[in-house]
Design a protein around this ligand. Structure first.
Ligand SMILES: [Zn+2]
Length: 323
């Protein structure tokens, strides 16, 4: 695919309603004159814009071809894409690859916040980060399960997953696997007459509101009755754990929520062909406004958790600590 064809993909993804005909981002009218450098000027309000104006890919420096290639290379990776690998494949700087991949994740994560799950929904939690390196000598080692020995860096991901083919998954970084968090998530993302499945963790004790709740006791059996398991949610965690270990090496921290959403998206789209997956990522990126969190090339000076506080529905529950 050449630059011109890649540009056509961008136009179709940005303006699907008009079949790729430019629509003014200010006044939404469709008449626009061509300007040099693949820009347009609105006939009505005279605003000048391009195919990426006002989107997360605005002020791009990479060609359309390279951006599209980044998307394709990312969706072709089963468990996620490492910035270091994309850097080598595209011949760009590491920071460029890092920011680009996070912009795709951010756009996908925002879209998935609108998910409403139905049917039979499994809910479960996992912990990420806060690894305690065992001391060299056995007598110096401590029990990592005790609160006083933990690093304080451990974070949780909770996932809700519809059973059956085509079932959708919502995964979010949360303060802890806790009852108020579980209630908040199910209240916002599960339709009232769906059935819930959870394990015996205390977080799910008071979960049944409008939903019918079935529990599975893992200390007795992984699957007590065929209907009671949370194996689909566990399967998502398995993929997230492998993405952490095998691709990213460390995913806890301010971007955890985006990684969780990215893995859930990959899980849900695993049977969709790459072309459609690439189109979906491009459409998500071009429907997403300019990122406040992925501005510039490096975010080290930003406060921790700004990304989460800005858009996590559970933001109020998280203690935002500037780092
Ligand atoms: Zn206009």
């Amino acid at each position: 695919m050449g630059e011109e064809e890649a540009y056509e993909w961008f136009k179709s993804a940005r303006w699907p309603a008009t079949g790729g005909e430019p629509t003014c981002p200010k006044c939404s009218c469709t008449g626009a004159n061509d300007r040099p450098g693949r820009r347009f000027r609105c006939k009505d309000c005279q605003a000048e814009f391009s195919v990426t104006s006002g989107t997360i890919l605005a002020s791009r420096k990479l060609s359309f071809q390279t951006l599209l290639r980044a998307i394709v290379l990312s969706v072709q990776s089963v468990k996620g894409k490492a910035a270091c690998q994309l850097k080598r494949e595209l011949g760009v700087d590491y920071k460029t690859a890092f920011v680009l991949l996070h912009k795709f994740r951010e756009a996908i994560a925002i879209l998935r916040r609108a998910l409403r799950l139905d049917g039979t929904v499994e809910i479960d939690g996992m912990y990420v980060g806060g690894h305690l390196r065992p001391k060299n000598r056995k007598e110096d080692r401590v029990d990592g399960r005790l609160a006083e020995n933990q690093t304080g860096k451990r974070e949780a991901v909770m996932a809700m997953r519809e059973r059956g083919p085509g079932g959708q998954t919502l995964a979010a970084a949360v303060p802890d696997e806790r009852a108020d968090v579980a209630r908040h998530l199910t209240g916002n993302h599960v339709v009232p007459d769906a059935g819930l499945r959870a394990d015996q963790h205390a977080a799910y004790d008071n979960l049944a509101g409008p939903n019918r709740l079935t529990r599975n006791n893992h200390s007795k059996a992984y699957v007590e009755t065929p209907d009671a398991s949370t194996n689909q949610a566990e399967s998502l965690f398995s993929r997230l754990r492998r993405a952490e270990i095998g691709i990213h090496h460390r995913i806890a921290g301010k971007y955890l929520d985006w990684y969780a959403a990215d893995v859930a998206w990959r899980e849900d789209k695993r049977r969709t062909d790459f072309r459609e997956q690439a189109k979906a990522v491009l459409a998500a990126a071009l429907a997403h406004p300019i990122s406040r969190d992925m501005a510039g090339y490096w975010q080290r000076t930003r406060k921790r958790y700004t990304a989460l506080v800005a858009w996590n529905p559970l933001a109020g529950l998280r203690v935002a600590t500037p780092a």
